[in-house]
Design a protein. Structure first.
Length: 196
């Protein structure tokens, strides 16, 4: 009796499927208004960019113009933004003496006091105005706040981390190198009028 029940159930199921499908036309995608929207929970929210001054020339003098970088201490981002030149909206009023590069400059922190900028092959030696643009840009890069060794709870350190600090201008030396030339200038050589 069990053997005859399984085939009968299968036959009944197949008949029900055939009957249900008879006379039902196929349909495509049915438009039903706008897709669902709303606030999605972010998996990872990137922090807003840190603003830093990059220096272009206004009437021949270095002047700061804001640019976004990845975070405090991002010398490479600031130098790349500088070599990108003025935006199209800035270009009528400001200039740059920095050369157009065939590749991004290599920016490294040598030690606490020295930043090295290596320009790609065949980049011409920088003029004094171009060197000032670069040195003042490096001087303006915000730095992470110093850790507070006497703060056992970390509350002061957390509060201070919201606002980046800047390097004192006398604390850095910038070495710029190209093929067959090198220039060195301390950041305290930036004119006071160029400082943010």
């Amino acid at each position: 009796m069990k053997g005859s029940r399984v085939p009968a159930l299968l036959a009944g199921f197949a008949a029900a499927l055939l009957t249900a499908a008879c006379g039902v036309p196929r349909s495509g995608v049915i438009e039903a208004g706008q897709p669902a929207s709303g606030m999605a929970a972010p998996d990872h929210q990137s922090p807003p960019p840190t603003m830093t001054p990059v220096y272009f020339l206004h009437d021949g003098e270095p002047k700061p113009y804001p640019r976004g970088i990845d975070g405090p201490g991002d010398y490479e981002g600031a130098v790349r933004a500088l070599f990108d030149g003025p935006s199209t909206s800035e270009a009528p009023a400001i200039t740059t003496e920095l050369p157009r590069l065939t590749a991004a400059p290599d920016v490294t922190t040598v030690d606490d006091d020295t930043i090295s900028v290596r320009l790609p092959a065949r980049a011409p030696a920088l003029s004094q105005a171009a060197l000032m643009q670069l040195v003042c840009t490096v001087a303006g890069v915000p730095q992470p706040p110093a850790l507070q060794p006497t703060d056992p709870t970390g509350a002061e350190r957390l509060a201070a981390s919201a606002v980046p600090t800047r390097h004192p201008l006398t604390s850095l030396t910038v070495h710029v190198r190209g093929t067959g030339w090198a220039l060195t200038r301390p950041t305290d050589s930036c004119p006071d009028s160029a400082l943010p």
